[in-house]
Design a protein around this ligand. Structure first.
Ligand SMILES: NC(=O)c1ccc[n+]([C@@H]2O[C@H](COP(=O)([O-])OP(=O)(O)OC[C@H]3O[C@@H](n4cnc5c(N)ncnc54)[C@H](OP(=O)(O)O)[C@@H]3O)[C@@H](O)[C@H]2O)c1
Length: 255
């Protein structure tokens, strides 16, 4: 029996990468999906086809999540189209993939990463969560990272931004309780297209991460979808403001 039968989910950044796997994975659990994208319009179309092939409904919505008025418009558009929005997955994030060292940081990179990860996730949670409260309930899953445990010597602003995501997860979990639950998951490295194309990934970082990962592999995005489904479903009904780490043991002390 699919766990999310006939529910509606909004997945941000669903035109590629982890978001794409999450959107299709939720559809496999019975969900209809609003597929958000910013620039990946073709990817969003492909995802909608995959969702239709699962026998579920889908439509696409475009927005730049660094702009509050675009998020308001996105939220209005989605709530006008669905009978009720049960699930929001805030997957959009910016890992500053072009940055190889803390020495390469620029003011633009700091502003961009904080605007996408912190401001974007906060305003999506704010606008969609307040509409969920009005409808009587819902659940929000924020994609964080294991950098909240390990830090990121490569891109400190990325680690700071994911700490920000954790902070706003806990804050809105308290503000929206008990009707809307807000939780976060913290993946370690996932081999999405943007990870495998990173310069450091192709020149030794992959082997280094693999050697430090007790489970001995680096997952593709599909392998982590189950944690999102769990946090989005009633199986996690006693969880809010909580954080689930899923990094193959990478951040275990002594690993
Ligand atoms: N990959 C990893 O190893 C890893 C590990 C831990 C956590 N994470 C987190 O997992 C999430 C997804 O990672 P990923 O590897 O799939 O990332 P990705 O391939 O780099 O994709 C980034 C996504 O964010 C969207 N996006 C970026 N800026 C945006 C903006 N201003 N407005 C709206 N959307 C915007 C992109 O949309 P468009 O393409 O439509 O522009 C895209 O869907 C992120 O939150 C990341 O921090 C990833």
């Amino acid at each position: 029996m699919p766990r999310l039968n006939d529910r509606w989910a909004l997945v941000t950044g669903a035109g590629r990468g982890f978001g794409r796997s999450i959107a299709v994975g939720l559809a496999r659990e019975g969900c209809n999906v609003a597929v958000h994208y910013n620039t990946s319009a073709l990817g969003a179309e492909a995802v909608m086809e995959e969702i239709s092939a699962e026998g579920r409904e889908a439509f696409a919505v475009q927005a730049d999540v660094t702009r509050w008025e675009e998020i308001r418009r996105l939220a209005d558009e989605v709530f006008a189209k669905v009978p009720r929005l049960d699930i929001l997955v805030n997957n959009v994030g910016d890992v500053a993939p072009e940055q190889m060292s803390w020495r390469d940081v620029t003011e633009d990179l700091i502003d961009r990463v904080l605007a996408v990860d912190v401001k974007g996730t906060m305003l999506m949670t704010h606008e969609v969560g307040s509409r969920m409260l009005e409808q009587g309930g819902g659940t929000i899953v924020n994609v964080c990272s294991n950098v909240v445990v390990t830090g990121s010597p490569r891109a400190p602003q990325y680690a700071a931004s994911k700490y920000g995501v954790l902070g706003l997860t806990k804050s809105y979990a308290g503000a929206f309780a008990p009707r809307v639950r807000v939780n976060a998951l913290g993946p370690g490295f996932i081999e999405t297209e943007s990870t495998v194309n990173r310069e450091d990934w192709r020149s030794g970082r992959r082997e280094d991460v693999l050697a430090k990962t007790p489970l001995g592999r680096i997952p593709g995005p599909d392998e982590l979808v189950g944690v999102v489904v769990f946090l989005a479903s009633d199986e996690s009904s006693h969880m809010t403001g909580n954080f689930v780490l899923c990094d193959g043991g990478f951040s275990m002390v002594g690993a």
